[in-house]
Design a protein around this ligand. Structure first.
Ligand code: NAG
Ligand code: NAG
Length: 420
């Protein structure tokens, strides 16, 4: 959903591009207005995190960085990063935490907020941080038999990521750390959807391996979204089918050119303001929470590839008026796949692992009402928290990951992690 919209934004801003990121020129500013005079303004500076690979960002902040590859049962190869420690306490056994990012971005999402990024914060707090990159994103494009040129490669949604990639990732972490049963999973947005698919369909695997699931901006039941994406959603199947008939099975993975254009355009004052406003319409309003100086860092890593099928699956959840269920192939195909005319619901009541849900009132995608439905259906240990900072900033969709003020959230997250 987000990527489709972004393609429009890309087209719109492409005409205005012309900036250049190479060299050490200023690329971020402290206020929107400073961007008007970015090259000479003392409130602007060069941030090397803009466009940098996660390995470079991690090293810049002084963290060790490792890379792994994990093969799923259906042949997809997930690249996974790891910050094993914070260069201190090397002897101490660390609890592994898997951080699973949302749609159309990579694991870089957990490092885009400077030193206070969640990946670094959890490393400082003594956790062994694992960072998988979702299939189809720029860092995970391999498959044992298929290339991304093949339509078959893109025949997946968050469903396959949940039932194939997550078990492979979790087994890999368990084997490499000897911490089976102690692993903690933290998902954001689609990262939460994947975990609900996984833990409801493979409840025993989840129970044997995970100590808990923590969900930031949970997405399962989608009845009450307020984002502008809902106006596009009724047409998503038609548009999706049209694109697929044209041979387009993925979006967002034209990153080299389009992202450069968006990033360049969006740091040119006054275009940075509509860029930020489009972000608000998509994900929620929490004014003052995303710092103007963080926006170029985010846009240099977003969007990246995802399948049309993923977008269609999300659209189906919304169009079903609040059902969280498997992909709808239409009647005959459903009979072949599921032996029923309609796709079955994900049995979230089967989840046995403790689930902690964080939701915000300013979130336009993950609403308190919808998360309450999920909470009510869970039968295992559970808790739900409506997040704000000192009663001031009600959280929007991405504030957990890129918010300017996240002191209370990080305290609550740490408490949750320690009490699991
Ligand atoms: C961008 O800037 C660098 C160094 O300032 C220069 O070498 C390069 O040619 C520029 N590229 C474009 C496309 O203008
Ligand atoms: C890959 O191709 C080989 C040879 O055709 C086949 O045996 C195997 O099942 C395929 N693997 C996957 C995951 O599709």
């Amino acid at each position: 959903m987000l990527s489709m919209y972004k393609v429009f934004v890309i087209g719109f801003f492409a005409v205005c591009s012309g900036n250049n990121f190479s060299g050490n020129r200023n690329n971020v500013c402290r206020t929107f207005k400073d961007y008007a005079t970015i090259s000479t303004n003392p409130n602007c500076f060069y941030n090397p995190d803009v466009g940098a690979h996660p390995s470079i960002i991690a090293q810049r902040y002084g963290y060790p960085f490792e890379k792994y590859k994990v093969v799923s049962k259906d042949g997809y190869i997930t690249s996974m990063y790891r910050i094993p420690n914070n260069n201190k306490d090397l002897s101490k056994k660390r609890i592994p935490v898997i951080l699973q990012h949302g749609i159309a971005i990579t694991s870089a999402a957990w490092m885009l907020n400077g030193k206070k990024s969640i990946a670094f914060y959890l490393s400082d707090q003594g956790f062994d941080v694992w960072l998988p990159n979702g299939r189809g994103t720029e860092f995970s494009t391999e498959h044992v038999n298929l290339t991304t040129q093949s339509p078959k490669y893109w025949d997946f949604s968050f469903h396959e990521m949940g039932i194939y990639d997550l078990p492979a990732i979790i087994d890999f972490v368990a084997q490499n750390t000897g911490q089976k049963g102690n692993i903690i999973y933290i998902g954001h947005s689609m990262g939460t959807t994947m975990s609900f698919v996984y833990a409801s369909l493979l409840p025993d695997h989840a129970k044997e391996n995970l100590k808990g699931i923590i969900s930031l901006a949970p997405i399962a039941y989608l009845r009450n979204i307020r984002s502008v994406v809902k106006f596009a959603v009724p047409f998503a199947d038609i548009i999706g089918n049209l694109l697929e008939n044209l041979g387009i099975h993925s979006v967002g993975n034209v990153y080299s050119l389009s992202r450069q254009l968006v990033s360049s355009a969006c740091i040119m004052y006054p275009l940075i303001i509509p860029c930020e406003i489009s972000n608000i319409f998509l994900t929620g309003l929490s004014f003052g929470q995303v710092s103007p100086e963080t926006i170029p860092v985010i846009l240099s890593h977003y969007p990246t590839g995802t399948s049309i099928k993923t977008l269609k699956h999300f659209a189906q959840l919304y169009n079903s008026h609040g059902k969280f269920r498997l992909f709808n192939y239409q009647r005959q195909e459903n009979l072949n796949h599921y032996n029923s005319e309609l796709p079955p619901d994900y049995p979230v009541e089967q989840i046995k692992v403790p689930v902690t849900l964080f939701v915000g009132r300013s979130d336009f995608l993950s609403s308190v009402d919808d998360v309450q439905v999920l909470f009510n259906r869970l039968r295992g240990p559970k808790s739900m928290q409506v997040m704000n900072e000192n009663g001031k900033y009600e959280y929007a969709h991405n504030d957990y990951v890129i918010g300017r003020q996240t002191t209370l959230f990080r305290k609550d997250l740490l408490n949750t992690l320690r009490n699991l």
